[in-house]
Structure formats: C-alpha cells, structure tokens
Ligand binder design. Structure first.
Ligand SMILES: Cc1ncc(COP(=O)(O)O)c(C=O)c1O
Length: 417
C-alpha cells in the first residue's frame, strides 16, 4: 500500500517524516528543525543510510572477480543502473553514468566535447542556470575557439522562452544547455518545447535536471535530450552525480580514461573506482521514492509517487504564496502562482533584512535556509543582485509540512531591519 501524501499533515505525511531521522532532531528552540534547505541538499530516509552501510560493511571490494563481495558490488552497480534508468526515463541502464557529482560529470563531458568543436561554432548557455550547467560548456567553447551565446530568461514569468531560443540558435550552434528547473527562482522551463526548437539546429541538447528531480519525474527519452544531469543528494540520496545520455552520443564522444578500463557503456564514462556504497544509497533513494506510489514497474510506481509529491507540494506552495500575499515586507522574485507545471516550491526572497543576516537569524530559530546566489550566479548577475547579497532562498520538498511554512513566515515577519 503506497503512503498517501495528498492530505497535508495527515498521518501519512507523519509516517513519511518518521522515515527521515533528521526530521525529528530538535533545533535551538526545542522544536524539530525545519529543513527548508532542500535545494541545497535534502535529508535522507534511514533506508538510504542502511544501504550505504550494508554495502561498505559487506560488499567492499572492486568489481569483476568471482568472490562473493566483488559479485555483490557488480550486483549493486547493476541494480543502481536499473533504478536510475527508471527514475530518469531512459530505456537502458547502459545509458546511465554515475560520478562524483553533477559538476564533475559535466566538466568530464565538456572535455569530451572539446574536440568536436571548432572556431566559428556556437555554444548556447542560459542565464537561468546553476553555473555547473554553464561553466563546463563555456570551458569547452574557450578551449576550442567556439563562441558562447547567452539565452536570457523572461523577466515576467522567470523562465526560458522557446521563441527566444529560436532567435539565439542557427546552423552554427553545436551545443545548447539549459536547466529544467531553476535552483534559485523555482521556475520550471518548457523542456519539450525548448528541445523541439533546439532540434532545428545541429546542436547537442544538454539539460540539467538537478533541481527538477526532487519535485518532478524526469523524462529524458520522451524529451529527446542528448545529455541529462542530476545529483542524488538533491533527491533524498547520497552525494553521487548522475548523467544519462543517448547511446549514440555516449558512444561517439570519447571521454578521458585510463587504458585498461573497459570501453563499453556506461563504464567508459566512469573514471576510476566508483563510490559503490554511495551508489547503493542512490538505489535506496529511488526505491524510497517508488514506495510512495503504486504500480507494476518501478517507473510506474515513480510516476504515481511523483503525482502525490506534486499534489502535496502544490499545497505547500499555496500556503507559502498566501502568506506572501498577506504582507509587504518580503518580496518574491519568481512565479506567484502555485502551479506545479510552472514552478516548484523553491522561493527567492528579498526583504527588510539582508539575505545572509536573515538566513542566520532563521537558523537561530531552527529554520534551515540559504542566502546568496546558490551558484546560480547567472541569475543573480542578470538581476543585478550579485553585489546586493542575492536572495534568501527557502525550498520545500515533500517531507515539509504546512505547519513548517507557517513557522517560516511567522519568523520572517518577526525579522526587523
Ligand atoms: C540546478 C543545479 N545544477 C547543478 C548543481 C550542481 O550539483 P553538484 O553539487 O552535484 O555538482 C546544483 C547544486 O546545487 C544545482 O542546484
């Protein structure tokens, strides 16, 4: 029986929260900490920690030998590939690469892309992105002599426009990188429409799903994306990066590798010995998510689970935006409607207190938040806020409660300049 997420603060949400040991740790006021730092990294269910612990205690070997612990590692990697393929929506585990984190995987891919670029080629990056989906491609352009073009975001709806992308690309465009969701403003981008436009050029289409995957289920194949990145610590797992790609792309590009390492997918992209225990934790995180939904296959369970997650997060967004609208001191940069097709529950605020001070004062009240640019440097630069401390960012995920959103607003309203 799947857990019912649709009733906020219901017994079911209580049951979910009990799976996350950190959620019952008391903060400085004696009440449990309120984790609104999800965009910077989510808490994990105990099952994730147990999987990591089991793997490192009892499956601690390198791969490919005939003894039991080595075979157990092979099984961990194979299961993780299957689970991640189901989460990302790709048809084969051969197309899923694990790595240190999203940023390292993107730089690794960028280095493999450099020889495919030449002077005169164009690389398009967006101003809505985390720098991890900008800097690697700019690096590739700089090393190859290609030209970088910037796709700005629309200041009304804080997202990327397919029409503007169409104006930015042409026959010389070789790479287009954009995010599926902004980790600063919470906006979703119209991925299918952007990809459709991108396909009118010969470019490689790269999507960062790091901020998308905790809230909505990626559809890498359906979206027709060439390379897709995300990071498990943002979706209730450990610090492991993931990259999914088209077979043709992953086979055609030549990643840097040591000579004895296998040249077959996905291993040809995975430098050195992997963090096997962390990767066991990724499987546990995906299985946890799947446990929130009913269905035959892992993918079907994930589809159902993410519907429930979106329903609950819509309610959190409604309460957040209602409280926002009932005061004047704090202003939001981002979509002001609680529509899960347009935004996730990540909010960028500015108010009477500078973001860093506000975040520190919230911490004193037991509320976790972040201040600054969150490495979404193009966003704060584009909005002229980089020299002004950026934003106070609060981000809810499915384990957060309506009560916590009220606690946040009560504290925000008590903050005076
Ligand atoms: C949208 C987005 N992309 C990329 C990254 C980088 O991920 P990682 O820390 O795994 O390198 C982050 C991390 O904050 C992010 O939020």
């Amino acid at each position: 029986m799947a857990v019912d997420l649709t009733k906020t603060d219901s017994f079911e949400l209580g049951a979910i929260r009990q799976l996350f040991p950190a959620l019952s740790v008391s903060g400085p006021t004696g009440k449990p900490w309120v984790y609104l730092d999800g965009p910077g990294g989510t808490q994990v269910p105990a099952s994730v920690a147990e999987s990591i612990s089991q793997a490192i205690l009892f499956a601690n070997a390198n791969r490919g030998a005939s003894f039991a612990t080595s075979q157990a590692v092979d099984a961990i990697m194979s299961r993780a590939g299957q689970a991640a393929a189901a989460l990302l929506g790709v048809d084969s585990p051969d197309r899923v690469v694990f790595g240190q984190n999203m940023t390292s995987l993107a730089f690794h891919a960028a280095d493999a892309i450099i020889p495919t670029l030449k002077p005169g080629d164009e690389v398009v990056v967006s101003n809505l992105d985390h720098d991890a989906n900008v800097a690697p491609w700019v690096h590739a352009a700089q090393r190859s002599g290609a030209t970088v073009r910037r796709l700005d975001f629309n200041r009304q709806n804080m997202t990327l426009s397919p029409a503007q992308l169409a104006d930015t690309i042409g026959p010389k465009t070789r790479l287009i990188a954009f995010t599926a969701a902004s980790n600063a403003l919470g906006s979703l981008t119209p991925v299918p429409e952007l990809v459709r436009v991108a396909r009118t050029s010969p470019a490689l289409v790269i999507v960062d799903g790091t901020h998308y995957a905790p809230h909505l289920l990626p559809k890498v194949d359906e979206w027709d994306v060439d390379l897709f990145f995300c990071s498990a610590y943002k979706f209730f797992g450990p610090h492991v990066g993931l990259m999914a790609g088209k077979l043709e792309v992953l086979n055609r590009l030549q990643p840097a590798k040591v000579r004895p390492a296998c040249n077959l997918l996905p291993v040809r992209w995975m430098t050195g010995t992997q963090n096997h225990e962390g990767i066991a934790g990724v499987t546990a995180a995906i299985e946890y998510l799947a446990s929130l939904g009913n269905g035959e296959s892992l993918r079907q369970k994930l589809v159902a689970a993410y519907h429930r997650i979106a329903d609950h997060e819509r309610e959190l967004m409604e309460v957040f935006l209602h409280r926002l609208g009932s005061q004047q001191a704090w202003t939001l940069t981002g979509v002001q409607v609680p529509d899960p097709s347009r935004r996730v529950a990540t909010f960028a605020l500015r108010g009477p207190v500078d973001p860093a001070t506000a975040s520190r004062k919230l911490a004193e009240k037991g509320i976790c938040s972040y201040a600054g640019n969150f490495y979404a440097l193009p966003v704060t630069e584009a909005l002229g806020l980089e020299s002004k401390g950026g934003f106070l960012r609060v981000g809810a995920v499915h384990y957060n409660t309506v009560d916590e959103i009220h606690r946040l607003w009560d504290e925000l309203q008590a903050l005076k300049a």
